[in-house]
Unconditional design. Structure first.
Length: 443
């Protein structure tokens, strides 16, 4: 059996603190694998714990198979939870650990067939009669997973179950979790702050920021059609290039996007999406270009839809199968708040905030009305001197083959494919490609 989960306008407040989860609405379909993704502290675990019944819901409704479920005790929800810090009973063998939930259910039944079937699924048949202390981290996590699934619950809730493991084991178990949950067909909600993990596992990914749901969509749409600049920046490696820009739309001339030192002329005839940019004339916008949207080539090789830029090589990052070239194109990078775990305020940032003008405060207030401030259109906060040598001047990262050698300071011709151009308004909402639908309940 598997079930549908729906959260309607759910909020959570811990004491007097601001809402840890704010007006959160989401439907998870029966058998679906849904990933909750977001930076540390954005409320992922809180959502999961409210679904499990381990945390009270302050406002809003939880529905299980369409039935109001806010008050159902955790034990009666038929859900199994796997945590990052899995705890196995050290005095029990792995067989007893996996069988323990079955024992609670029916102390007299023969648990061995179910325990062994579960162990086979996880490839741990030969360690069943050892104790947890005699296992590696990955084996222990598999036993913990076995304990969660032996009972065949109707819902799996997993809270960063792999983050204590090394990268290789994490990838391996990630694939196993995908296979296992597909095989069992059990509705799964999986929490992670690792976007690569989210993209590889989820049927759909729900991105959160500061307690607020930003977008729910398939991994493909999350990457290709990010609802706002936060989602665009959170998803994808290397991070999308985000540049401050202004739309230039003269009545009698060609429309272009002014990046500061250089311009991107929009190809004519204008696409419907590019036509919509006309109303942004003169306004600050944010341009998003993924690293695959630009390539190193002279203007003579431009294909339809490609326009020329020049970049000065700042440094190269060798990645084995490819290289990333960091360029300076004379643009100003847009800064996106909250992408990482909250860091203590730096002295520079505190000084800036203290001296912020009325305009900045008004802008901050306007932004906060959407989903909190998403992007800052001022100069980025200066990095400490030892980092600035590497990070400060480059504003555009471009992928190339691993064998290309470019020396720092070289001026290089670039072609930008405007079919892969994203534009976000001053509040960080995507306006190009134009949004088609609004994220929300769809189950
Ligand atoms: N029991 C609690 N009492 C008070 N505040 C809490 C409690 N649990 C969480 N919070 C706060 O609620 C917010 C969301 O926390 P939550 O644990 O849900 O975040 P998260 O997205 O799971 O983060 P992480 O990736 O670090 O696990 C945080 O600001 C956190 O400090
Ligand atoms: Mg958490």
């Amino acid at each position: 059996m598997t079930r549908a989960i729906a959260l309607h306008n759910v909020s959570k407040r811990y004491g007097r603190a601001p809402r840890a989860v704010d007006n959160f609405s989401l439907g998870v379909r029966p058998g679906e694998f849904l990933v909750l993704l977001g930076p540390s502290g954005c409320g992922k675990s809180t959502v999961l714990r409210m679904i499990a019944g381990l945390e009270d819901i302050t406002e809003g409704e939880l529905l299980l198979d369409g039935e109001y479920a806010n008050d159902i005790p955790p034990r009666e929800r038929d859900m199994a939870m796997v945590f990052q810090n899995f705890a196995l009973y050290p005095s029990m063998t792995n067989r007893e650990n996996i069988g323990f939930p079955l024992k609670l259910e029916n102390p007299r039944a023969d648990r061995n067939p179910r325990v062994e079937a579960t162990a086979r699924m996880l490839g741990i048949e030969d360690i069943l009669d050892r104790f947890p202390a005699q296992l590696s981290g990955g084996e222990r996590q598999r036993v913990a997973m076995g304990r969660a699934i032996s009972r065949r619950p109707s819902v799996f809730l997993m809270d960063e179950p792999l983050s204590n493991l090394d990268a290789k084991l994490r990838n391996h178990l990630r694939a196993e979790i995908a296979r296992l949950t597909a095989e069992l067909g059990v509705t799964t909600v999986y929490v992670t702050h690792d976007q690569a993990e989210a993209m590889s596992l989820g049927d759909r990914v729900a991105v959160m920021r500061g307690g607020v749901l930003q977008q729910v969509s398939s991994p493909r749409d999350t990457y290709a059609l990010p609802a706002n600049v936060f989602v665009a920046a959170f998803i994808g490696t290397p991070r999308i290039n985000l540049l401050q820009a202004v739309v230039h739309a003269p009545l009698d001339g060609r429309m272009s996007i002014d990046l500061g030192r250089q311009r991107l002329p929009l190809p004519e005839p204008l696409s419907p999406d590019h036509q919509l940019l006309r109303i942004q004339q003169g306004r600050q916008i944010i341009v998003g270009l993924r690293s695959e949207a630009a390539r190193i080539a002279p203007p003579s090789q431009a294909r339809p839809g490609e326009v020329a830029l020049t970049g000065i090589v700042e440094h190269m990052e060798y990645q084995g199968h490819e290289a990333l070239v960091h360029f300076n194109t004379g643009s100003r990078p847009a800064v996106v708040a909250d992408l990482e775990s909250p860091r203590p305020q730096t002295a520079v940032r505190r000084r800036r905030n203290a001296g912020a003008g009325v305009l900045t405060r008004l802008k901050d207030r306007a932004m906060a009305q959407v989903a909190g401030p998403v992007a800052v259109l001022d100069d980025p906060v200066p990095e400490p001197a030892h980092e600035s040598r590497i990070t400060a001047p480059s504003d555009l990262v471009v992928r190339t083959g691993p064998d290309l050698r470019l020396r720092a300071g070289a001026q290089v011709p670039l072609l930008v494919d405007l079919a892969h151009l994203y534009v976000f308004d001053h509040q960080g909402r995507r306006i190009c490609p134009a949004p088609m639908d609004v994220p929300g309940l769809d189950a």
